[in-house]
Design a protein around this ligand. Structure first.
Ligand code: FAD
Length: 377
């Protein structure tokens, strides 16, 4: 769209992987683009506290945004990472059943995968599992060869570089406090930076503030009966394994309510970590809550179901991530909520809620989707 005397053509609130991917997409399309980020560096919240897994797209309901964005995003992400030298490894993943009851759950996952167009899933029996991962104990498993890991910070830096090369930039330590609709249908964005409050106007606005959408969402302009989703928070703790272990693939149990189960992932350096668990919380707080050893005991119990050889005292507290959820504890999982003009009635505004996993995998597909939504009438 033309610049209707705005200070900036396109503003994105939030310098996580989603905001940066949208920014790169807009800037590549020739738009003058700025990202406003409240921290002193990009990607300090949800995006730097994930499992860094490129998901295949096996868990999500058919035709859901999560399924569509994940499957499309996975291909885009592998391609982008290889072109831009972002560290990525397509390791493959086992989803393991440790009992006959869990084996039934695998059938449901395999059916969802097929419905989502993920057609490379293989069923593994005990011997096949042993051949791939000798230390894993399971009665049956699914093998997903397209699952992998990515250096999420490397990805965000590459996206920021794309933005900068196209003339855009990220304004750090800039907290957005108010958004309103001004003359000429421009957005008036109030922000605080270095103790000073200033205002800019923009033609297009994308609100990709992750956990911050709990505060930003209600501030965004809207018309009619539309009410933005309410956010709920589910904390996930990770433990790291001391020393080394001989795992070559990612190992996931069958999913649990609120998350994918205490899985084993590898990082780019070959380090092993376990998590995240699910703890519903009322406020955002990234402190690791040990619960005087209870959490450690729960982790050890869950891990030993599929890795009985986990040694005692091998786990050390790692980091914490918080999932921005639009379902409450006990409610069915919700889809990503990416709201464009047809939903909230405001042209050129896109607001993103509940961008939990597989948001990293989906980031490049979400960016394309958002830019298309922004053009809706
Ligand atoms: C425990 C956990 C594990 C996960 N594992 C995976 C995985 O393995 N694979 C996968 O695909 N996905 C995974 N995800 C999901 C993925 O990490 C997220 O979907 C993705 O990182 C969300 O990015 P974002 O940009 O929306 O949020 P964020 O990275 O949180 O970015 C939002 C930004 O907005 C900024 N902000 C907020 N309010 C304001 C304001 N008022 N003014 C200015 N800036 C503001 C914040 O500072 C932040 O930097 C996981 C998530 C969690 C929590």
């Amino acid at each position: 769209m033309t610049n209707r005397s705005a200070d900036i053509q396109t503003v994105i609130i939030g310098g996580g992987v989603i905001g940066l991917a949208i920014a790169a997409e807009c800037a590549n399309a020739g738009q003058e683009t700025y990202v406003l980020e409240r921290h002193d560096a990009i990607g300090q919240e949800v995006s730097s506290r994930s499992s860094e897994v490129i998901h295949a797209g096996v868990y999500y309901p058919r035709q859901s945004l999560k399924a569509r964005m994940c499957v499309e995003g996975k291909h885009l992400l592998y391609d982008y990472a290889r072109r831009r030298s972002v560290p990525v490894r397509q390791l493959g993943k086992l989803v393991v059943a440790t009992s006959a009851a869990e084996a039934g759950a695998l059938d449901a996952i395999a059916a969802k995968a097929k419905a989502n167009g993920v057609d490379d899933i293989r069923v593994l029996e005990k011997d096949d599992i042993h051949a791939l991962e000798p230390d894993v104990a399971a009665v049956k498993a699914l093998f997903s060869p397209s699952t992998g890991i990515i250096d999420s910070h490397g990805l965000m830096c590459a996206l920021e570089n794309d933005l900068i090369e196209c003339g855009g930039s990220v304004a750090l330590e800039t907290n957005v406090s108010k958004v309103s609709r001004g003359p000429n249908d421009l957005f008036e964005i109030e922000m605080t930076s270095g103790g000073e409050t200033t205002k800019v106007t923009a033609c297009n606005l994308y609100a990709a503030a992750g956990l911050g959408m709990a505060d930003i969402g209600p501030l965004l302009p809207r018309v009619g009966p539309y009410v933005p989703p309410t956010l709920h928070f589910a904390k996930g703790h990770y433990f790291a394994l001391r020393g080394t272990a001989r795992f070559e693939h990612l190992v996931y149990p069958v999913p649990v309510e609120g998350g994918l189960g205490t899985h084993l992932t590898l990082d780019m350096q070959g380090g092993v970590r376990f998590g995240p668990d699910v703890q519903w919380v009322d406020r955002i707080d990234h402190a690791f809550d040990e619960r005087t050893g209870l959490r450690l005991a729960e982790f050890e119990r869950s891990i030993r179901r599929y890795w009985p050889g986990l040694p005692d005292n091998a786990l050390t507290p790692g980091y914490v991530g918080i999932r921005p959820k639009i379902s409450r504890q006990g409610e069915p999982a919700q889809d990503f909520a990416i709201h464009g003009p047809r939903t909230h009635g405001i042209p050129h505004l896109v607001a993103l809620y509940g961008i939990e996993s597989p948001g990293l995998t989906s980031s490049l597909a979400i960016a394309r989707h958002c830019v298309a939504l922004s053009r809706e009438h």
